[in-house]
Design a protein around this ligand. Structure first.
Ligand code: PHB
Length: 561
């Protein structure tokens, strides 16, 4: 293993810090793989990972097999692809931080009102890291994602955070600038063309301290202007996060942004500080951790996969998930209890994670750092429902040898958003984007059934086959049944010889956001066989999609199409 796998990237503050004797090497290697995959945009070939991490191929294979078992990565031919489930690591940090839950709504409302992008960022050593993005980007090439890290000196939030820096922080910043003048340690950015002078940033920090706001006049990229203000914690008076309004020079100069929007931004900050004071709307007491069964799970995985399962990597990553809402600071004992790990195992994992900068220790307690978001969150925070569903649809279609599809409701039609076809069984050629009348399809019926009668489009259904139900009161009765049964079976109403069965896909709030079906030629299975054989598999598929959607949708909005 080369030294690059065990040390932080050049330019990061603790580059070169000696590896503690008790550090868990497989955990460090696994994290190196997750970081490279994140920097590569979420996908990399196995040989690409071998090159970028400097690890032996057999090591990469074992790490990927372990991450696959955990649901954090999936294999797509020869590529390793980050999976939505990995977002549970970043979710643990965001839940523990509480800020997204308390402030995202106001950031979104401000973005809607101004019709400009609004973001929330926290300090990450000498960088800033986004914890929320309400994006309204138009003429901009770059748009940042939750978890992206930017160099403080090229942003508007940076000088505000720098008002709280110690001499040591400034020294660390200067060191990083000297080691990495082109900002290569910031994969969200193209390399800097013109390094800014050190003195400039000091001056901007002094101004920010005086004024209480800061500007980014095209420091990150030409055309991009941002105005930022700090949101302060009521108790300590320290900056909890920074809110930014981000625009483009085609609409605002940096000065006009300040002149027109500063009062509105101020109001939002005041309201946000009120929200922080009011605190969580949940109990603050640390809830007792549920026994996770991790020991049983890792034991079984080890037995099944043998050498291919790296137990210490799985255990170490699970330590990150023991943190969360009301569990921001945990003692070693609490981490051990939450994960079911032996104290010695939990301790070594925490030492490793602290060395890598994912955990900080304050006295006897540990807390997650924003760096945890660097483990997959930026690319995964853009995941759409069709992307989540695609591998599960492929698996289902492969098992049944029939086509499987995902669709959303668009007025009185359904629109296909993902589809895995096995053979062409329909004369209408269905592809992603195809629209069909909702009332005559199984996909449409499960989505319509979730709507109240008042919300449903009027059932004007053409007589597509002799069996098509067109009578409005019959259709209402059909939908009532579908709602009760939780599935819809449509038998040759859309097209002769075509039979399909669908179930709804619900988001974390229980709202139906899409539907999945299996369609087949009517000679393949009777309607009874569809219910007995296909429905259970369809439900298993949708359970898996919904589980991913719950993780992905906890702090981001997952587009349904
Ligand atoms: C952003 O939210 O994308 C953003 C915020 C502040 C900056 C640059 C970009 O200075």
């Amino acid at each position: 293993m080369s030294s690059t796998d065990l040390t932080p990237a050049p330019g990061t503050p603790d580059a070169g810090a000696p590896v503690p004797a008790e550090a868990v090497a497989p955990l460090m290697r696994g994290i190196a793989v997750l970081r490279r995959l994140t920097e590569a945009g979420g996908t990399s070939s196995l040989s690409g990972l071998e090159r970028s991490t400097g690890l032996a191929r057999s090591t990469v294979d074992r790490i990927v097999a372990t991450l696959e078992r955990m649901g954090y990565v999936r294999l797509d031919r020869r590529d390793a692809v980050l999976a939505p489930r990995l977002m549970e690591l970043g979710n643990a940090y965001l839940a523990a931080l509480r800020l997204p839950r308390l402030l995202d709504g106001r950031a979104d409302a401000l973005a809607d009102e101004l019709d400009e992008s609004v973001s929330l960022a926290v300090a990450d050593r000498d960088g800033i890291r986004f914890i929320h993005q309400a994006t309204r980007r138009r003429a901009m090439s770059l748009s940042f994602r939750i978890g992206d890290l930017l160099p403080a000196e090229r942003t508007a939030p940076g000088p505000l955070f720098a008002t709280e820096w110690s001499e040591q922080d400034w020294a660390r910043w200067r060191e990083r600038r000297a080691a990495d003048p082109e900002d290569r340690g910031f994969p969200a950015l193209p390399p800097a063309e013109r390094p800014t002078a050190d003195g400039e940033f000091g001056e901007r920090a002094r101004e920010a301290d005086e004024r209480g706001w800061a500007l980014d006049d095209q420091l990150i990229e030409p055309g991009l202007v941002a105005l930022s203000m700090p949101v302060r914690d009521h108790g300590s008076g320290r900056i909890a996060c920074v809110v930014s309004v981000v625009s483009h020079t085609s609409r605002h100069t940096a000065d006009s942004l300040r002149e027109t929007l500063l009062p509105r931004l101020r109001e939002t900050v005041r309201a946000m500080e009120g929200d922080l004071r009011a605190g969580p709307r949940v109990a603050t007491a640390v809830p007792p951790a549920a026994p996770s069964g991790l020991a049983v799970w890792t034991g079984a995985s080890k037995q099944e996969l043998g050498r291919e399962f790296v137990e210490s990597l799985a255990r170490g990553l699970t330590v990150l998930t023991s943190f969360g809402e009301g569990r921001a600071e945990l003692t070693l004992t609490e981490v051990a209890r939450a994960t079911g790990l032996a104290r010695a195992t939990a301790r070594r994992a925490l030492i490793t994670l602290e060395h890598l900068g994912y955990v900080t220790a304050h006295g006897r307690t540990f807390a997650l750092t924003p760096r945890v978001l660097g483990l997959g969150f930026p690319p995964l925070s853009r995941t759409t429902l069709p992307q989540i569903a695609a591998p599960y649809l492929a698996e289902l279609a492969g098992r049944l040898h029939d086509s499987a599809s995902l669709a959303v409701l668009a007025g009185d039609e359904i629109q296909y958003t993902a589809r895995v076809a096995t053979s062409r069984i329909m004369s209408v050629n269905i592809t992603v984007g195809t629209r069909l009348p909702a009332y005559a399809t199984s996909l449409g019926r499960v989505m319509l059934a979730d709507l109240s009668p008042a919300e449903r489009p009027s059932p004007a259904v053409p007589q597509l086959t002799p069996r098509t139900i067109t009578d409005p009161s019959s259709l209402t009765a059909v939908l009532d049944h579908v709602r009760q049964d939780g599935y819809a079976l449509v038998d040759e109403e859309l097209e002769e010889g075509l039979r399909s069965i669908a179930v709804p896909v619900r988001d974390r709030t229980g709202t139906v956001v899409a539907a999945v079906n299996v369609a087949m030629h009517s000679s393949r299975r009777t309607p009874e066989q569809c219910v007995a054989e296909v429905l259970p598999q369809l439900r298993t598929t949708v359970d898996a999609i919904e589980a991913d959607l719950r993780v992905a949708g906890r702090f981001t909005r997952v587009p349904a199409s």
